[in-house]
Write a protein that binds this ligand. Structure first.
Ligand code: SF4
Length: 587
């Protein structure tokens, strides 16, 4: 039945709970296994997330299996549900989460972890997996957070590590065979844990290897999408052009955990784009990947698609451009100037600190890009930087100021309303990256460095500086490198009301201080730098990259030495399998 519309009146963005959508596939009455995919943020964020969509349609395509979606409620809606005693319902069939066989949650961001617990509880499912029995669905997690699972280990029955296209059909097949027969939950979990890429925390840690789709062209991709009639964050057709990244930036989780680079062929990208544009009517096409300018068939795809895109009035968007002439030429060609701004992420203020990060962008390239952006008619240049990178000194911070000043001069030289916006954040040392051993800078020290940059630029009228709350970055650093003890603090924070904290204005540092205190956990023990000989809570997760490679990269970072990007003539020897450029002998 769904929630009565009259009850939603007065909620912030009520469409989230009764969305009007086009292209929703019918429910399969004959299904013997029912999944609910839960996105632990609000509807308009979840609907913009491509991976969630791919997995939804993949499950829908499996015989005997059906799938529905659910999204976390905003705190005002949670309050309404609790007050009325209503459960959190799926979008399609308006069923409580409790009624499904499996609830699959995507862990994209640490600051969504408390939303996961709230959604399970509202769906009628105990938040602790140890309290669940045969009456409850299996609750499984995927996404990047599943690769460092320990902080959330008490809340999930299983973690699915790696590419869902590989895992979901196998997990579904096993459950189709055994769950309807009423197999004992423990036995079922035992069977699941024997599938490659599945980690069942209740059965203890053993080495688990991430699953990797070797051939993206052959992998499932939907030929339809659900089109919402209310606004969402990324209102467009998204086509993933490749997975992985050849660059090796040492702070980037995805760069190390999605190796190797696997491209979709130009023909397949063109075919998918055409089909999705004609079946949805969207007017924007986004080519997604970690660094879309690195897609080797980009020009071929654009040449092939351009005439029909022009005819349909569809524009192309390319997130994550790099600071180089090619990106600029591309932006010009795609007429992205219509949008008025271009974003580049040099990340570091000096060539030295960029070498520490393995970012490999020269000062001259940045200067050229600044001028090029304004010369091409863009009104605003957005620059992203981070502070708190190991070995950072005063001069690296001054370097950020200097780059911003030069960009400001370039903006003035071209006149008009041209301006620069500088976005600053603090490094979050992530598991499975060379910076996993680095310290997460204290919020105080971090704020001090951010403010130093901001103050130095305060006299420049055409430069706006914003920064990510350093307390949030610090907390992310603690949560992502945590163990099960940290999970106790997450549970406390949930009980104390922490919700939707990926939205900066919702973040309440006081709740987390209290949560750590109640859980008896010292966040400093997780924020500190780690020794190379210390065991790490995610050591048992094999993402495919050798630990020896990460150690080498960490040492090289501290010495300011770079590693060339992956390619036919340059393999850094990370050890990942199925990479066409793999060189077995290590340097
Ligand atoms: S095996 Fe070599 S080329 Fe392939 S991802 Fe690893 S470092 Fe890069």
């Amino acid at each position: 039945m769904g929630y009565p519309l009259s009850a939603l009146r007065g909620l912030k963005d009520p469409f989230r709970y009764a969305p009007s959508e086009w292209g929703v596939p019918p429910l399969k009455e004959e299904a013997r296994l029912r999944w609910c995919l839960l996105f632990p943020d609000v509807y308009e964020v979840g609907m913009s997330y491509l991976g969630f969509s791919i997995l939804y349609w993949l499950l829908k395509s499996l015989p005997g299996v059906d799938v529905e979606r659910a999204y976390a409620p905003w705190p005002d809606a949670e309050e309404l549900l609790r007050r009325r005693g209503w459960p959190l319902l799926s979008v399609e069939g308006k069923r409580p989460l409790l009624e499904f066989d499996v609830v699959g949650v995507t862990l994209q961001h640490e600051m969504n972890y408390t939303n996961v617990l709230a959604s399970l509880d509202l769906g009628g499912i105990p938040v602790l997996s140890s309290r669940r029995d045969e009456r409850h669905p299996l609750v499984v997690a995927g996404g990047p957070g599943a690769l460092h699972p320990e902080p959330m280990a008490d809340f999930f029955d299983a973690f699915l590590l790696g590419d869902g296209e590989e895992l979901l059909p196998e997990v579904s097949q096993l459950l189709l065979e055994h769950r309807p027969k009423g197999t004992d939950r423990g036995e079922l979990l035992g069977m699941l844990s024997r599938l490659e890429g599945v980690y069942v925390p209740a059965l203890g840690r053993r080495r688990v290897r991430r699953r990797v789709v070797a051939d993206l062209d052959g992998a499932f991709y939907p030929d339809r999408l659900i089109v919402p009639s209310s606004p969402i964050v990324h209102d467009r057709v998204s086509v993933e052009v490749f997975r992985g990244c050849s660059r090796g930036c040492r702070f980037c989780l995805a760069g190390f955990t999605t190796r190797p680079v696997r491209e979709r062929s130009a023909g397949r990208v063109v075919e998918i784009s055409r089909r999705l544009l004609s079946s949805t009517g969207w007017e924007e096409l986004g080519f997604l990947s970690l660094s879309s300018c690195d897609y080797s068939s980009l020009m071929e795809v654009l040449d092939e698609l351009s005439p029909s895109l022009r005819e349909m009035g569809v524009r192309v968007s390319l997130p994550s451009l790099r600071v180089d002439a090619f990106s600029l030429e591309l932006a010009r060609r795609l007429d992205l100037g219509r949008k008025g701004s271009l974003t580049f992420a040099p990340e570091g203020g000096t060539e030295r600190i960029r070498d520490v990060m393995n970012k490999q962008v020269t000062d001259e390239e940045i200067r050229r890009a600044d001028r090029g952006v304004f010369a091409s008619g863009f009104e605003r240049l957005k620059l992203y930087f981070m502070v708190g990178v190991p070995t950072e000194t005063e001069s690296d911070l001054e370097g950020i100021v200097e780059i911003a000043r030069e960009a400001s001069r370039a903006a003035r030289a071209f006149g008009g309303r041209r301006s620069v916006s500088l976005s600053l954040a603090t490094l979050v040392p992530k598991p499975h990256t060379p910076f996993q051993w680095a310290e997460a800078l204290s919020p105080e020290e971090s704020r001090e460095r951010l403010l130093r940059v901001k103050r130095a630029l305060s006299g420049l009228r055409n430069v706006q500086v914003s920064y990510h709350d350093p307390r949030l970055s610090y907390l992310e650093g603690v949560l992502c490198r945590g163990d099960r003890e940290v999970g106790r603090a997450i549970l406390q924070a949930y009980r104390l009301g922490a919700r939707m904290e990926a939205w900066e204005d919702r973040f309440d540092a006081g709740i987390w201080d209290r949560a750590f205190e109640l859980a008896g956990v010292d966040p400093l023990a997780y924020a500190r730098g780690r020794g190379l000989d210390e065991p790490l809570p995610w050591d048992f997760v094999d993402v495919g990259v050798d630990r020896a490679f990460l150690e080498r990269e960490w040492r090289k970072a501290l010495e300011g030495r770079t590693t060339p990007r992956c390619g036919p003539l340059s393999c850094g020897g990370c050890g990942v399998l199925v990479c066409p450029y793999r060189r077995s002998s290590l340097p």
